[in-house]
Design a protein. Structure first.
Length: 292
């Protein structure tokens, strides 16, 4: 449920982010975040902002279940709730979910670019996200489906560590307790800030991942790997290339992760009975000493 809520809130910002990250620097279609929003709505209608939503909508249900489940169980296995263990448990969750996340984001990226700019003639062959993955698999096999896996792993592992660490620190600092009348706004704020911190921690690698997953469309390949992509991108566009789409990403990160964490936490609050609340083992979201 939290995954679906997050996708609906944040997908338009993600579409803008991807287009800004991969557009041709010599013939840019968009001047910035807001111009990209305006152009998409004007040329493709509001539905253009939701291109490729099928892939994350299908995948994030499993991803969120996997992430919160792995994080909670890893934290319990480590035995002690410390900041370091919060980071390690989050990192473990981020690493494992790459198996689902990478193919999902590949399909999402290809669908978001379909029919735009230099991809206008080359990419009018995907009906939906599932059709996109099937056609990539038929043409390139498992290697094609997992394009960008290494860069996704490098991005997600530390990112999720900071994600859960920040949320834990914020909820402790704000004193998020079940009986607090302001607990929902506090949870929303904590979740939003955790999303921003996690994206800032590894954003340059997200730019590289997007470029690698968009590479090879129409049979033209520019990059031989992560280091080659970093080198060529920096040589052609300077260090600013690694911040492309950051504004859109941060605008998206706060509401998406606020909705995600608050939904998970409130759901757990209601699923646990009042009598057993204090006897519960530390949950995957808010740990001791919080009564949540």
């Amino acid at each position: 449920v939290s995954g679906a809520a997050g996708v609906l809130v944040g997908h338009p910002f993600d579409t803008v982010k991807v287009r800004l990250q991969v557009q041709n620097v010599e013939k840019p279609l968009y001047r910035g975040t807001f111009h990209c929003f305006q152009s998409i709505i004007k040329q493709e209608s509001a539905f253009g902002l939701y291109k490729g939503i099928g892939s994350p909508m299908m995948g994030l249900t499993f991803i969120n279940a996997l992430v919160f489940g792995v994080q909670g169980n890893t934290l319990r296995a480590l035995g002690k709730d410390t900041p370091l263990n919060q980071f390690l448990a989050g990192s473990a969750a981020g690493a494992i979910q790459c198996i689902i996340c990478c193919p999902m984001e590949l399909a999402k990226t290809r669908m978001q670019l379909q029919g735009t700019g230099e991809y206008k003639l080359k990419m009018k062959n995907y009906k939906n996200s599932l059709d996109c993955l099937i056609k990539i698999y038929r043409k390139e096999g498992l290697r094609g489906i997992n394009r960008g896996m290494v860069s996704t792993f490098i991005r997600e592992t530390p990112s999720f560590g900071f994600y859960f660490l920040t949320y834990d620190c914020m909820t402790r600092y704000l004193g998020c307790e079940a009986e607090d009348s302001y607990v929902i706004p506090k949870l929303l704020f904590s979740g939003g800030m955790s999303g921003i911190v996690s994206w800032l921690s590894t954003y340059p690698m997200d730019v590289i991942k997007s470029r690698l997953q968009a590479d090879g469309v129409g049979g033209v390949t520019q990059y031989n790997g992560i280091l080659d992509c970093v080198r060529k991108s920096y040589h052609e566009e300077g260090w600013r290339v690694f911040t492309r789409g950051l504004t859109s990403t941060l605008l998206r990160a706060f509401p998406v992760n606020a909705a995600t964490f608050a939904t998970v936490t409130v759901f757990l609050m209601y699923m646990r009975s009042e009598d057993n609340l204090r006897e519960c083992e530390p949950g995957p979201v808010i740990q001791q000493p919080s009564s949540l």
